[in-house]
Design a protein around this ligand. Structure first.
Ligand SMILES: Nc1ncnc2c1ncn2[C@@H]1O[C@H](COP(=O)(O)OP(=O)(O)OP(=O)(O)O)[C@@H](O)[C@H]1O
Ligand SMILES: [Mg+2]
Length: 415
């Protein structure tokens, strides 16, 4: 920490002063001794007094030196305590790119070893290259970097950091080092993302619900006229055409009805609900699911709408069953719960063919389906329900070989 205090120069000046005074005392004493023979009685008295005064001055200066050293030590200790106690991460990198200081919060946030300390910044921060890059950028410029959001790859550490980098300059204005301060913004970014999704869903609902409603009216009219035509009384090929019109309008009517159900703002009936019971009920209500599903782990109580949450888990289970059927595998689904850091995680793993690239790029979007008979609303509904419960749903590959969908919901705070 010595490079962060100004005690060094002051102590140096004090030491030089004391040295100079000591030389003066020595010169005086030598001169007094050599001139002793010549000096009169009065001269001897004067030099003795002078030497005493100088000794007193030296003693005073030495006391001051001790005080200043103690003060410098105390301020250094305080600076060390402040840096160690910071909840934000702090990394000081000198102009040659060497990490000079790293506080415990930095190691904790970045998931680095307790020993990680000094050395080239690219080595020390090799597991977080995005952060090393920002520091490198600051070393190239004189302008500070203020509140930049940096996205980190890989698990086990925050996915987003809020980073500020400022410069330490010498008296001549030359840059000496950069100080990088950062905080974990993962929760904030997730919250923003949830709000954005909620708003997007609400806008989508408003925009399209009116349109879908008009479609439904038009379809009902076409369907009505189609019904007035009796296919049996019609010659071929008109009979086939009328049957085709009827079948298509029925199918389209169902799509529009489903979409309207998805788009309309839900009236949530929020209450404390046992997530374990909800998931179990979803498994048992879905035909064919209970026999092939393993249910394990711990669940919690969340604030939610019992019916909608059940629908969300049912959609995930149905997708798993359908994926296995499509991939011609005997289904083995695992639904597991875990409670961590105020959230409950429910994971649905299957051994189906996994997510196809076509599905991954449009996952959770309404009408995105790879199934001939699918409407592509199942996952859009899951996302809408979970986001409305302040949760998150993500998709990944399952270690079981198929797809994994994980829902995270906040545990109901104990009041
Ligand atoms: N467990 C899974 N394994 C593999 N692919 C999946 C899985 N779950 C979803 N998908 C893919 O995501 C797409 C969208 O799923 P979604 O539930 O939204 O619609 P759908 O199942 O096609 O139709 P719907 O649920 O409306 O009947 C699916 O068509 C499929 O390609
Ligand atoms: Mg589905």
């Amino acid at each position: 920490m010595s490079d962060l205090t100004f005690a060094g120069p002051a102590l140096l000046i004090l030491a030089l002063t004391i040295g100079f005074l000591l030389i003066v005392v020595v010169v005086m004493v030598v001169r007094a001794a050599s001139g002793r023979k010549r000096a009169s009685k009065g001269d001897r008295g004067d030099s003795a007094m002078l030497s005493m005064a100088l000794q007193e001055a030296v003693a005073k200066l030495k006391a001051q030196e001790r005080q200043m050293a103690a003060r410098a030590e105390a301020s250094e200790r305080l600076a060390g305590q402040i840096v160690a106690g910071l909840t934000s991460g702090m990394v000081v990198v000198d102009r040659t790119g060497e990490v000079r200081t790293m506080n415990p919060a930095a190691r904790r946030i970045l998931g680095l070893d307790a020993e990680a300390g000094t050395g080239p910044v690219a080595d020390i921060l090799r597991s977080v290259p995005a952060l090393a890059e920002v520091i490198g950028e600051a070393l190239q410029t004189s302008a500070p970097i203020v509140r930049r959001t940096v996205t980190l790859e890989g698990g086990g550490k925050p996915s987003h950091l809020g980073v500020t980098v400022s410069h330490i300059t010498a008296a001549d204005g030359a840059m000496q080092a950069v100080v990088c301060l950062f905080t974990d913004l993962t929760a904030v970014v997730e919250l923003e993302e949830r709000l954005r999704l909620k708003e997007a869903l609400a806008r989508l609902g408003e925009l399209t619900a009116g349109l879908a409603h008009e479609f439904r009216n038009g379809l009902a009219t076409i369907h009505g006229y189609g019904r007035l035509l009796d296919p049996a009384a019609l010659p071929e090929p008109a009979r086939t055409y009328v049957n085709g019109i009827r079948a298509e309008t029925t199918a389209l009517g169902e799509v529009v009805t489903n979409f309207l159900r998805f788009a309309k703002p839900e009236q949530f009936v929020m209450a404390p609900v046992d997530l374990r019971a909800i998931v179990l009920r979803a498994i048992h209500d879905l035909p064919g699911a209970a026999a092939v599903t393993t249910f394990e782990g711990t669940f919690g109580t969340v604030n939610g709408d019992d019916v909608l949450l059940r629908q969300a888990f049912s959609n995930l289970l149905r997708n798993s069953l359908e994926a296995c059927a499509g991939g011609h595998t005997a289904p083995a689904i695992v639904v597991s719960g875990d409670v961590k850091g105020g959230d409950v995680y429910v994971t649905v793993d299957d051994n189906g063919p996994g997510l196809s690239p076509a599905a991954v790029s449009r996952l959770f979007q309404p009408f995105a389906t790879t199934k001939a008979a699918g409407t592509g609303l199942g996952l859009a509904i899951v996302q809408k329900v979970i986001v409305s419960h302040n949760g998150v749903v993500v998709a990944a590959s399952s270690p079981a070989g198929g797809a994994r969908f994980q829902v995270r919901l906040p545990i109901r705070p104990v009041s």
